[in-house]
Design a protein around this ligand. Sequence first.
Ligand code: SF4
Length: 249
Amino acid sequence: MAVIKGRIFKIQRYSIHDGPGIRTTIFLQGCPLQCRWCHNPESQPYEAATARTITVDALIREIEQDTIFFDHSQGGVTFSGGEPLAQPEFLTALLKECREREIHTAVDTSGFAPAHVMEQAATLCDLVLFDLKPMDHSEHRQYTGVSLQPVLDNLALLQTLDVDLRLRLPLIPDITATENNLDRLMETLSANNRFRTLDLLPFHRTGAAKYKRLGIPDPMAGTPEPKPELVAKVKEILITNGFIVSEGG
Ligand code: SF4
């Protein structure tokens, strides 16, 4: 059988923000989006020199070193990115291997992927972390570089499957944290939506240093972190609309 390999750019151990318990987060290389606020711009090109190629077997061996922490904290492994669904064969193989070992898995996705890829990953993992961003079609394209429609279609598809899902909203002043965007979000999520848990991810300036280091212009230079009052206001709107909200994932 062919050896399945993929590209990753980081393994982060002892993470507590990417799903339940203590987690090992694997950042897969490559992303079809170019979100203006991306903290990992180096993760976007699949072939970037900062990433490494690794086989499924080798990566599973690395993950297995952490099972003691997973067992004690009811944690597991989270596949993030980049966009993990952009390497479907690699991701699918990893999810299958983890399931065989009874390791809890989460997939952190932008939702931008072919429907069959989304469906396969969702049914093989234990938890989907599904990001929503600008809810207006032209603003979504303007700020992420891709169409919103596949994301909405995939969210609708996931409603029909037996999957556990947490919504996530990066809270970006003047982009996602506007009344208009929250209205649209509530509109989208009021129709046939059974997912009621939402993590707010307030924008922070830590990405700025990375842009400087990489020598690329920071598209968010000048954008402030959201004030606590803004975060509280957004939280209140979401709670009033029936969501269970947490901050930071
Ligand atoms: S989806 Fe995530 S990794 Fe991809 S560009 Fe957006 S923020 Fe960056």
